[in-house]
Design a protein. Structure first.
Length: 168
């Protein structure tokens, strides 16, 4: 469920610093100026475009599945280790699936693994974005988002302030 669909959940953001080569920065700045959108909007659009393109890539999906399985195994081991602390059982005596680990422990591990897999997929997508050599394909043009973001006067002020301090 997205943040737009669940208004009771507060939005959270991650701030990233991005080094851009001068020609890429110049082109991106020109695009944002011509489209009259903040640089942040263009970068978010690029990230969303990359994520969407990776979702349809079969090789990437294979990697996501492998990572998901690895995370599930690691999560199961962590759940068993923690449950052994709660049960006052030594780590050597922690139950394994063959020895009859509880269904609740395994379900908790699977749930944790699925959540971790979702996060891992997002992280790996962002890592791929950072390593990408083709930044021109990262910029999309969505009039709806531009209109929505352009209507925010605070975003424009911040962008203009940053632009003026960069020129100095």
């Amino acid at each position: 469920m997205s943040e737009e669909e669940n208004p009771t959940r507060p939005q959270s953001y991650k701030t990233i610093g991005v080094k851009l080569q001068h020609p890429i920065h110049a082109q991106l700045s020109a695009v944002t100026e011509i489209d009259d959108i903040p640089l942040q909007v263009a970068l978010v659009r690029g990230a969303k475009l990359l994520i969407e393109s990776r979702r349809t890539d079969p090789k990437f999906q294979t990697k996501v599945s492998a990572r998901s399985e690895r995370i599930k195994r690691e999560a199961e081991a962590q759940v068993l280790a923690i449950s052994s602390l709660l049960d006052a059982v030594t780590p050597d005596a922690a139950p394994t699936t063959e020895e009859g680990a509880s269904i609740e422990q395994l379900e908790a591990a699977i749930s944790l693994g699925e959540q971790a897999a979702e996060l891992a997929a997002e992280v790996s997508t962002m890592e791929a974005d950072a390593a990408s050599d083709d930044p021109a394909s990262d910029v999309a043009s969505s009039d709806d988002e531009a209109t929505e973001q352009s209507a925010d006067p605070e975003a424009k002020k911040t962008t203009r302030r940053r632009a003026s301090t960069t020129k100095s």
